[in-house]
Design a protein around this ligand. Structure first.
Ligand SMILES: Cc1cc2nc3c(=O)[nH]c(=O)nc-3n(C[C@H](O)[C@H](O)[C@H](O)COP(=O)(O)OP(=O)(O)OC[C@H]3O[C@@H](n4cnc5c(N)ncnc54)[C@H](O)[C@@H]3O)c2cc1C
Ligand code: FES
Length: 263
């Protein structure tokens, strides 16, 4: 884990309300693994006081560059959207456990909902580097919320796109695509990052087919480093008892069967 002032190299709108920040952050780039995140502040002044968690979307160890992809939601992300080239942004990273990749896997499915594309993109890059073939299913409410599609073609065996309103790709939910693939192909593992309802349904379907599944959870965070307990989720222990886990520290990636999903 590093504390670094990341220098802004680029701040670009990718879709209305969505931006990508390219940052020079060599220590973080050197260590980042797929599924890890950073706590970032839009300014060196302590306002806002708390950093905001953002998945590491892309990284280049050689150039010392990392990227984040984000949706403008509230005050913190609004300020992040306004940062200028050469601004120095305090980051703590890389944080969290990241996805577990099993080198013997041959064929996996990745599912990204909306900005869930950020950790999933770094995952498919790692899978591709390890010669694990992957199908990606991308889901969003509407075409305007589909992100990062241009970077997928060379890394994935197949790209399936679903929008709730049918404005792009097939009309419907990404889980429909998952069921189609699981019926037709031998799949070793499923990875998902999206809304809680999407991940919960993916967890149900993979449990039905007996396929291991990892989900990257999102919770509001305070410290991001395991101290404040602000980010806990319901968690099943190995002995079957129920407890709590810190999404920032034990997560954000969990085996889907470990998560206690809210009804
Ligand atoms: C591990 C992790 C990785 C994340 N990666 C990304 C990413 O790559 N791109 C991205 O756009 N967002 C990501 N998020 C969500 C992002 O951190 C929040 O959207 C952001 O903190 C909102 O800050 P804000 O100051 O703009 O909003 P606030 O003013 O703090 O809140 C505005 C609204 O956003 C909601 N919100 C705040 N924090 C979260 C959260 N953690 N999850 C869901 N809703 C939240 C609030 O409930 C409120 O409705 C991630 C969250 C986690 C925990
Ligand atoms: S955010 Fe503080 S313990 Fe997770």
């Amino acid at each position: 884990m590093n504390l670094e002032n990341a220098r802004v190299l680029e701040n670009k709108e990718v879709k209305p309300n969505f931006r990508k920040l390219k940052l020079y952050s060599p220590k973080v780039a050197a260590e980042a693994k797929a599924g890890q995140f950073l706590m970032i502040k839009p300014t060196v002044v302590n306002d806002p006081f708390l950093g905001r968690p953002m998945a590491i979307y892309d990284s280049d160890k050689t150039l010392g560059i990392i990227e984040i992809l984000f949706m403008i939601k509230g005050r913190g992300t609004k300020l992040l959207a306004e940062v200028k080239v050469d601004d120095a942004l305090p980051v703590i990273a890389p944080l969290g456990n990241g996805f577990k990749i099993t080198e013997t896997d041959k064929n996996v499915v990745c599912i990204a909902g909306g900005v869930g594309m950020a950790p999933i993109y770094s995952l498919i890059k790692e899978l591709h580097n390890k010669d694990i073939s992957n199908n990606i299913i991308v889901g969003a409410r509407t075409e305007a919320m589909l992100l990062g599609l241009d970077k997928l073609a060379d890394l994935c065996m197949a790209v399936d796109i679903y929008t709730d309103d049918g404005s792009f790709g097939s009309k419907g939910l990404a889980t429909m695509g998952l069921e189609n693939i699981l019926k037709e192909q031998k799949i070793d593992r499923v990875y998902c990052c999206g809304s809680m309802i999407m991940m919960k349904n993916v967890a149900k379907i993979t449990a039905l087919y007996g396929i291991p599944c990892q989900v990257s959870l999102e919770e509001r965070m305070g410290c991001g480093i395991g101290i404040c307990m602000g980010c806990v989720c319901g968690h099943k222990k190995e002995d079957g008892s129920h407890g709590l886990a810190r999404v920032c520290y034990e997560g954000p990636v969990f085996d889907a069967e470990e998560v206690i999903w809210h009804e």
